[in-house]
Write a protein that binds this ligand. Structure first.
Ligand SMILES: Cc1cc2nc3c(=O)[nH]c(=O)nc-3n(C[C@H](O)[C@H](O)[C@H](O)COP(=O)(O)OP(=O)(O)OC[C@H]3O[C@@H](n4cnc5c(N)ncnc54)[C@H](O)[C@@H]3O)c2cc1C
Length: 439
């Protein structure tokens, strides 16, 4: 009788973190079995172009495939979800009834678009969320038909990028957000006001401080209009629901891990924590799904929903997966993201959350070309540039080192640095890390 093959490494989530994690394992010399499980039917693809070039019709949805940088020699299980995890038996359950044994597991299941609350209204034709390639293809097909009016619910990065694409296509857009400016949660209203100006200049009907209460359908099951709090209605053929993301942890229900819709909690080395707080030596996480104590922020638990973290954390987790338990390196990451909208390149580093001050150190808001630095308690914690990224890497180093605010006295073209209130809306309460009881 032939012996069963030794279980190898299994990766759940066949997207950016999953792919880059697999490549890092091979680059670091792992030669054993490698299985990659993904619930989408597509091989790994890139999400940032979806809300930019794909919606604009400049890039076909299937042209977003991520390049494979290393021969992986992996067994791909695409179009099949992982539905459960038996930690004791070191086995992953799959939706098609199969089970996969693992020696080490990398969880890279990312996040999903937060749907419109109420599945019936969310399912109206003409109501879209934007997370995956199929979402983008379906939305692009509708936009290409030239609808008269698109409603966008939510003025975060994806809502603003979608608004920008729609205006470029000549489509009327109303963007509704409960905050005083777009991007208020990530950049504050001082900088968000510049984005509000961009929306206005491009002809977007921006409704700050407004709440969509109901999406109304017609008798054919199509979206017809939105009802705002206060009674106003907005007629539109398309509604793009851009309400942020929830982490894909539902499949871990009952696995005894510390996970909820805010992420899977890990230790500093990216090892998943069991419900009692002990790290699992054989289970790691990376990318949007992971929440870990970041040494750059004094060990505060953070999760990062940006491209650069998915790549870097996957590489780091791969390193630790192959290392001995007493050789686990902590993962320190300075968050960073970019966005392009209304012809402007926005780049940001650090975590602006909790900032008590902000200063323009290069350029001006009026010219919509500037670099702003955020401070908290006298330390520089984040910076954002609008078409003015030359000094951003230098500021990133200062932020990483926790230098005083504003950090580089002579790296400014301002006669006098004025300090402003950043204007962050009050924080929504986050659920505490806990084990999932329900999927
Ligand atoms: C429209 C859009 C635009 C963006 N633009 C930018 C940008 O401009 N700049 C930037 O920095 N970042 C941007 N991002 C964020 C960036 O794309 C993400 O941070 C990155 O994709 C995270 O990679 P990930 O692999 O961790 O997760 P994901 O990309 O979410 O991948 C997780 C994968 O796991 C799969 N999965 C989930 N559950 C299961 C399961 N139970 N079994 C099997 N598979 C499962 C999912 O279907 C998915 O394929 C954007 C994101 C979106 C959606």
């Amino acid at each position: 009788m032939s012996a069963l093959p030794e279980p190898g490494i299994v990766i759940v989530g066949a997207s950016l973190a999953g792919l880059r994690g697999a490549e890092a394992l091979r680059l670091r010399g792992y030669t054993g079995p490698l299985d990659i499980v993904g619930d989408e039917p597509h091989p790994p693809y890139d999400r940032p172009p979806l809300s930019k070039h794909v919606l604009a019709g400049e890039l076909a949805p299937d042209a977003t495939a991520l390049p494979n940088l290393v021969p992986l020699r992996a067994n791909w299980h695409l179009g099949v979800a992982a539905t459960g995890l038996d930690r004791e038996a070191r086995t992953l359950r799959l939706a098609d009834g199969r089970a996969l044994a693992y020696r080490r597991l990398l969880i890279a299941t990312g996040a999903q678009a937060r749907p419109w609350p109420g599945p019936e209204r969310a399912a109206l034709s003409g109501v879209f969320t934007l997370r995956g390639r199929d979402d983008a293809a379906a939305l692009r097909a509708v936009l290409a038909k030239g609808p008269r009016h698109v409603l966008i619910v939510g003025g975060g990065l994806i809502g603003c990028e979608a608004a920008s694409c729609c205006r470029d296509l000549g489509i009327d857009v109303t963007l509704v957000d409960p905050n005083p400016t777009p991007l208020a949660r990530s950049l504050g209203t001082f900088v968000g006001g510049v984005v509000a100006g961009l929306l206005e200049r491009s002809g977007v009907d921006f409704r700050p401080g407004a709440h969509v209460e109901l999406l109304e359908g017609d008798s054919f099951g199509g979206f017809r209009r939105a009802h705002l709090r206060g009674g106003e209605t907005i007629e539109a053929e398309v509604a793009i629901v851009a309400l942020g993301a929830v982490r894909s942890t539902g499949w871990l229900a009952g696995a005894g891990l510390m996970a909820d819709a805010g992420g899977l909690t890990c230790d500093g080395a990216c090892r998943a924590l069991a419900a009692d707080g002990t790290p699992c030596e054989d289970i790691y996480a990376a990318g949007d799904v992971a929440r870990w104590p970041n040494p750059i922020y004094s060990g505060r638990l953070i999760s990062v929903e940006h491209w650069g973290n998915a790549v870097e954390q996957a590489g780091h987790a791969a390193r630790n997966m192959l290392a001995a338990p007493d050789d686990q390196e902590p993962y320190a990451h300075l968050p960073a993201f970019w966005s392009s909208q209304f012809g402007i390149n926005i780049k940001a580093v650090g975590l602006s959350e909790g900032a008590d001050s902000v200063a323009i150190v290069q350029g001006s808001r009026a010219a919509r070309r500037f670099l702003a630095v955020y401070g908290r308690a006298g330390r520089s914690i984040a910076a954002v540039s609008f078409d003015e990224a030359r000094w951003l890497p230098a500021y990133a180093e200062q932020i990483r080192a926790g230098r005083p605010f504003p950090p580089i006295r002579d790296a400014t073209d301002q006669a006098r640095i004025e300090i402003h209130a950043p204007g962050f809306p009050p924080r929504r309460s986050e659920p505490a890390a806990r084990e999932i009881v329900d999927a």
